[in-house]
Design a protein around this ligand. Structure first.
Ligand SMILES: [Zn+2]
Ligand SMILES: [Zn+2]
Length: 424
């Protein structure tokens, strides 16, 4: 740790002797290049020593040491091992937050990189080692520009994302009394090519609700009732079994993928699992998981299923049609998402900051959703793959890898974006 802090301090002081840059964004890129090798070493150190949710002690210590070495005010132990670094610009102004998640995952499969995890059964296969490093890189780069900044940037390092508990824990532990951001941003590694970022207003990951249809167990022909209800629920699916929708690789397809306005990954409602039947305690319950790209479809489903049953011979047997579980999902601010994306496109090229039209299907989610419920915010996908090098950054895959160039991309793009968003 001491070695890398020295490296960073040295790199920083060397750089800050330069004359005033013609553009703050050129300055950001020059500074990122100067610290890049150190950031790669830092990422590999996190990768060598991964820690699962609620055990991120070493990781949090490294984060706070790093932030203190930059001269930031640091708050620790928020909602477990949460850390916040506060960067104050030369003048007062807007307050904006950047969030990075820091935890790793249980995994017994062998690591695919030379700097393999030394923590048996734990690996960074969701890229949070990269997210943490990008957050620290941004803090480093933006600290070098603080004389030119008006306002404050809060760097939130959140534990326990994988258990969907850490964001909530930080909020319950007074995060938004300690800091008062007006906007909040974050990014996650995705399998798209290194050098690209993506986002859209509204949801990015599909809604995931558990539906329950409850009948009185006194119903005459249980077998027929169960068949009827299974068929009914399946009839509301909008995606056929033979659809290209079911191959996740198609989310990246230029014609039908998420980034094409004609994507097949919009306006959908599907069942994510077989319908289960439970007959106990005086009721028969049929249940499944619903995956949908939008809230109105989910609302309509409950009403329509209920209406169909009430028009059938099973009307008198129906007890209820309810969602027994509704996941809080990411919801990007409608105004901020296009503004934030455009600020990156203007500096780094529209081909690299790409609007999405579709919603990623499946079980994915991010508890950044809870921060967005408190503060308007935007979540980005950051490409981490390099197909020529055979590097595919599919989160939670046992062979997860990233092209570490995405660290440079993330630090540059998102530092610039925050600078633009700080402007009055
Ligand atoms: Zn994950
Ligand atoms: Zn993740």
């Amino acid at each position: 740790m001491a070695v890398s802090v020295l490296f960073f301090l040295f790199g920083w002081s060397m750089y800050s002797q330069n004359a005033a840059p013609s553009s703050i964004h050129q300055s950001i890129q020059t500074h990122t290049d100067a610290i890049f090798d150190g950031l790669v070493n830092l990422r590999r150190d996190f990768h060598l020593h991964p820690e699962v949710a609620e055990q991120e002690e070493r990781t949090a210590q490294k984060i706070q040491d790093f932030l203190r070495s930059l001269g930031l005010e640091v708050k620790t132990g928020i909602g477990g091992h949460g850390v916040v670094g506060i960067l104050k610009g030369a003048k007062e102004g807007k307050h904006i937050a950047w969030r990075a998640d820091i935890d790793a995952l249980p995994s017994d499969s062998p690591d695919v990189v030379d700097f393999a995890s030394e923590n048996k059964g734990v690996r960074h296969i969701c890229g949070h080692d990269v997210h943490t490093t990008i957050g620290l890189g941004m803090a480093h780069v933006l600290a070098s520009q603080k004389e030119h900044l008006e306002g404050r940037i809060y760097f939130i390092f959140q534990p326990a994302e994988e258990t969907y508990a850490g964001a909530k824990a930080m909020i319950h532990d007074s995060l938004f009394q300690i800091i008062q951001p007006e906007e909040i941003y974050a990014a996650h590694i995705t399998p798209s090519p290194q050098g690209t970022v993506f986002t859209k207003p509204g949801p990015l990951y599909a809604y995931l609700n558990a539906i329950e249809i409850n009948y009185k167990s006194t119903v005459q022909n249980k077998g027929a009732l169960i068949d009827y209800t299974k068929n009914l629920l399946q009839s509301f699916q909008t995606v056929g079994a033979d659809s290209k929708f079911w191959d996740p690789r198609n989310t990246l397809d230029p014609e039908i993928g998420l980034a094409n306005p004609n994507t097949i990954f919009k306006d959908y409602l599907t069942l994510l699992q077989d319908i289960k039947v439970n007959d106990s305690e005086g009721k028969i319950t049929l249940s499944s998981l619903i995956n949908s790209s939008d809230q109105p479809q989910l609302d309509a489903l409950l009403k329509n299923v209920k209406a169909e049953i009430m028009n059938s011979k099973y009307a008198k047997d129906l007890l209820s049609v309810v969602y027994s579980y509704e996941k809080d999902i990411l919801y990007n601010d409608e105004n901020l998402a296009p503004l934030a994306l455009k600020s990156i496109a203007n500096i780094y090229g529209a081909q690299n900051a790409i609007p999405l039209y579709g919603v990623f299907p499946g079980y994915h989610g991010d508890d950044f959703a809870y921060f967005q419920e408190e503060v308007p915010g935007v979540y980005f996908f950051l490409g981490g793959s390099n197909y020529e090098k055979g590097i595919i950054s599919m989160p939670h895959s046992p062979t997860f890898q990233v092209d570490e160039e995405c660290i440079r991309t993330g630090v540059n793009y998102f530092s610039s974006m925050l600078v633009e968003r700080l402007k009055p």
